[in-house]
Design a protein around this ligand. Structure first.
Ligand code: GLU
Length: 422
């Protein structure tokens, strides 16, 4: 491989370019064969489908959906399906690449996949959502399946949607296929611990990071940006572990109290969108919260929150990316230079796909595990992943994000070579 990278780092790279940039760097460090980057910079397959749905008012509306399959050299592809008005082809491509990295870091026998439908589920009835979910499965049925590509929940999709999709797939194939999709309700073969798995996984890696930085989790001051599924479970788990949650935020604003917020009050009083800050008058902005005193900062909301403009002023000693892409490339450099330990998104948020893997294994075995079993197995995998990434960052002298990509691409690139694809 040439020593000159094809792209230079730029602050305003879009999510796909940014991911490709890190992949190219990681492959360079792995000294993979010529052609590897060209193969891995885009998904192997991207299917676009048009899904006609009879709406409640009798009209037919046609929705656009996608399924991206990054690479299946290691095994079937795996990744969520999101329902969102802003879903785009490029975003799904990048997200499928990320899933390959997440599966590689945690050593799951999968490549990455990701799907999405351009729609606004908040404006659709239950019946319309069911017909859309079933229509999507019919449209992509040829390229998915328990040994090909296994979907899961993602933004604005949930266990009910997984249940409809599983039922539709089973009807098409004429046999019960719980292993076709994960994140199902317990009654249909879901796994213990799947719903809280993102928050649980972030909590586990946060504890590892704190240990490394000699910060006792008991009494550690934590700021969590975002109070949705990941953020609220995180606040609960870290609070239960003795940490002090000094700041939280939602889309409307932020709360900060150096003596610790009343987490139970926030959990009990949040609304169905996870909003809590409207309950208080002394609010800060999301931007102000990021710069407050704390030991651990966990962005668990949206992308591009830590940029070259604010990274230098961050007080935390550890940043754990529970959201996708909250830190830009330059901000990653600034934090690393300040000796802040950054736990990258592809590692921090891998808990959900690990428990999805457990769900698929349980479906294939027809034997179901206890919650304790699931948690212990998850902790073992994430601890090993964390240590691998950290050691790689030290050995290769690179930041934690690049180290995560190096670990994440090692098995995949090796599988590609063994198969003779490059
Ligand atoms: N929302 C997760 C993702 O796509 C789900 C992955 C899975 O459970 O397979 O990143």
């Amino acid at each position: 491989m040439s020593t000159k990278l094809k792209q230079d780092i730029k602050e305003n790279m879009d999510v796909l370019e940014r991911t490709q940039y890190v992949i190219e760097n990681a492959l360079e460090k792995l000294r993979t064969k010529e052609g590897m980057y060209d193969l891995l910079k885009e998904p192997l397959r991207l299917m676009t489908v048009r899904i006609p749905v009879k709406m409640d008012n009798g009209e037919v509306k046609v929705f656009t959906g996608y399924r991206a399959q990054h690479n299946d050299a290691v095994g079937p592809t795996k990744g969520g399906i999101r329902f969102h008005p802003d879903v785009t082809e490029d975003e799904l491509k990048a997200l499928s690449l990320w899933m390959s990295i997440k599966c590689g870091i945690t050593n799951l026998p999968y490549g990455g996949g990701k799907g999405g439908i351009q729609c606004d589920p908040r404006k659709m009835s239950f019946g319309e959502l069911e017909r859309l979910s079933r229509g999507y499965v019919r449209a992509i049925s040829q390229i998915v399946g328990p040994t090909k590509d296994i979907p899961a929940p993602d933004v604005y999709t949930n266990s009910q949607i997984m249940a409809w999709m599983m039922d539709e797939y089973s009807r098409l194939r004429e046999f019960d296929s719980p292993g076709f999709i994960t994140g199902k309700p317990m009654a249909l073969g879901g796994s213990q611990g799947r719903e809280s798995s993102t928050g649980l996984g972030v909590t586990m890696v946060t504890k590892q990071a704190a240990k490394l930085k000699n910060i006792p989790i008991e009494g550690a001051r934590v700021i969590i940006q975002g109070f949705g599924n990941a953020g609220s479970f995180l606040a609960e788990f870290l609070h239960d572990s003795g940490a002090q949650i000094v700041g939280v935020s939602d889309a409307l604003g932020a709360l900060y109290d150096p003596n610790g917020l009343d987490v139970n009050y926030l959990l009990d009083n949040r609304d169905s969108f996870g909003s809590v800050t409207h309950l208080f008058t002394n609010r800060l902005t999301n931007g102000e919260l990021l710069l407050k005193e704390c030991d651990i900062l966990i962005p668990a909301a949206i992308e591009n929150q830590i940029t070259e403009k604010n990274a230098g002023d961050i007080k935390a000693k550890i940043v754990v990316e529970a959201a996708n892409g909250p830190t830009t490339s330059r901000a990653t450099q600034i934090l690393t230079d300040k000796n802040v330990l950054l736990v990258p998104d592809v590692l921090a948020s891998a808990g959900d796909v690990v428990v999805s893997y457990f769900e698929w294994v349980q479906n294939n075995q027809g034997y179901y595990w206890s919650e304790e079993d699931v948690k212990a197995k998850l902790e073992a995998i994430l601890t090993e992943a964390f240590i691998n990434v950290y050691q790689t960052s030290i050995e290769k002298g690179v930041d934690m994000r690049l180290a995560a990509y190096i670990v994440g691409l090692k098995r995949l690139s090796s599988a590609v070579e063994w198969r003779g694809w490059v």
